[in-house]
Each structure stands twice: as C-alpha cells, then as structure tokens.
Design a protein around this ligand. Structure first.
Ligand SMILES: Nc1ncnc2c1ncn2[C@@H]1O[C@H](COP(=O)(O)OP(=O)(O)OP(=O)(O)O)[C@@H](O)[C@H]1O
Ligand SMILES: Nc1nc2c(ncn2[C@@H]2O[C@H](COP(=O)(O)O)[C@@H](O)[C@H]2O)c(=O)[nH]1
Length: 213
C-alpha cells in the first residue's frame, strides 16, 4: 500500500518546478506552455541581475538591488533563494502559497539549489529537469541568444555540468529537442500527476465521511 503522506490534497494546486542548465530553453518552453496550457500560473522571481533588453519589471522578474533582495530574505518573503553566477534569484513565497491554496497549478522556473530547497518544503511537488540534446547544442543556444558576455557564457557553461549531475533529484527528465514536443511532454506529466490516487485521498476521505453521516 502506498502512503499519501506529503501529497497535496485534491483541492490544492500542484507545484511544478522546472530546472535545467542556462540556455536549455526553460523560458522558451514556459512561453509556449502559456499558449497550450493556459491554466498553469507562472511564478515571477526576484533577482539582482540587471534586466536584459526587453525584460519588464514585474513580468520577467522583479528586479531588485542586493539590499532590497536581502531585505526580502530577512522578512521571510522568499520561498527559496540562491546565488547563481554572481547574482541572487528567489521565489516570492506568498504568491506561490496563495495560488496553490486557490487550487491552481503553478510553475517555478528555477535553478537546482533553489529547487532542492523547494523539494524540502514541498516533497509532493513535481520536479522536472530539462536537458539539451547535447552540450555543444547547449552552448550554441546560449551564444545564439546573444544576451550574455563571453565571460558569463563560460561561467554558465561550467555550472551546467554540475547542474546536470543534480538531475537525479528530479522526478522527470525531458530533452528539449523541439519546443512543442517538450511542452506536450510537460502537459502529459501534469495530466498523469493530477490522476495520482495519492492526490485524491483527501477528496475520497471527505466523500466517505459524508456517506457515514
Ligand atoms: N528546442 C529548441 N531548439 C532550438 N533552440 C531553442 C530550443 N529551445 C530554446 N531555444 C533557444 O535557445 C536559447 C535559450 O533559450 P531560453 O532563453 O529559453 O533558455 P533558458 O533555459 O530559459 O536560459 P536561462 O536559464 O539562461 O534563462 C533561445 O535563443 C531560444 O530561442
Ligand atoms: N533558485 C532560483 N533560481 C532562479 C529563480 N529565477 C530564475 N532562476 C534561475 O536562475 C538562472 C539564471 O536565470 P537568467 O534569467 O539570469 O538566465 C536560471 O537557471 C533560472 O532558472 C528563482 O527564483 N530562484
């Protein structure tokens, strides 16, 4: 018999974490998911990194100074946070909790250190790791995006190998060969996760209690 310990009650949303090395296509896949899975809510992270061209505060990230970011940590506003290649990144806690409590699924696009912290708090979450078809293809995607300096690309590529080694802590791994395939695999995972009997237990227990009344 499997235990339902740690599983989200059926009336709560599912927390999905999407990680993968820089340039693998997390942002691109999430953007495509917005079109094909409009019910999923997206968590907007806070960061001390400077905005890239076209990035909008409050949409892509909440852009913060280091002082503001530290203040958010001290005030317990972060579900998790991590330092990645010289900048801080973190997930505002309240929005995630409110979304799950409202019964909606939410996706966090975050790196591996933060993902492990989330896993401690939400072991019932669904942890998905996005892989590149190869390391040369990963490098060519970061370079091709044209947003990073050569030095930053080198740093991100060297972290990438260690990040991929952390894949064992995730529930699913998807190769982002084509964006639409990656999206449909994520949707399939989510459909299956919604059907896990463990997630249904609290609902069934409620029905049983009603019948016994
Ligand atoms: N399946 C794919 N095939 C080819 N190119 C892709 C694919 N997915 C994403 N890309 C391209 O790779 C580059 C990096 O994608 P994206 O910015 O989404 O990566 P990311 O994982 O979010 O990176 P970061 O962690 O640095 O923010 C972009 O130029 C994007 O268009
Ligand atoms: N631990 C967290 N990691 C985050 C968060 N938001 C984004 N990220 C990850 O940081 C790197 C770099 O992002 P970039 O936008 O500078 O390319 C990437 O792996 C993101 O997934 C967060 O809130 N917490």
């Amino acid at each position: 018999m499997t235990s339902n310990v740690g599983y989200t009650p059926a009336d709560k949303g599912i927390l999905i974490v999407l990680s993968g090395p820089s340039g693998v296509g997390k942002g691109t896949v999430c953007k495509a998911l917005r079109g094909c899975a409009p019910d999923i809510v997206y968590s907007v992270s806070a960061t001390t990194r400077a905005p890239r061209q076209g990035e909008v505060d409050g949409v892509n990230y909440f852009f913060k100074t280091r002082e503001q970011f530290q203040q958010m940590i001290v005030q317990d506003q972060m579900l998790e946070w991590a330092e990645y290649v010289g900048n801080y990144y973190g997930t505002p806690r309240r929005f995630v909790e409110d979304t799950l409590n409202a019964g909606k699924d939410i996706i966090l696009e975050i790196e591996v250190q933060g993902a492990l912290k989330v896993k401690q708090k939400f072991p019932e979450g669904v942890f998905i790791f996005l892989l590149p078809p190869s390391l040369p293809e990963l490098e060519s995607r970061i370079v091709g995006r044209g947003t990073e300096s050569e030095e930053t690309i080198r740093s991100r590529m060297s972290v990438a190998v260690d990040e991929i080694a952390m894949m064992e802590h995730y529930d699913y791994a998807i190769v982002n060969d084509q964006v639409d395939f990656a999206c449909s695999r994520i949707r399939s995972i989510l459909t299956a996760e919604h059907c896990r009997k463990d997630r249904m237990v609290s609902k069934i227990q409620h029905w049983m209690a009603e019948v016994k009344k």
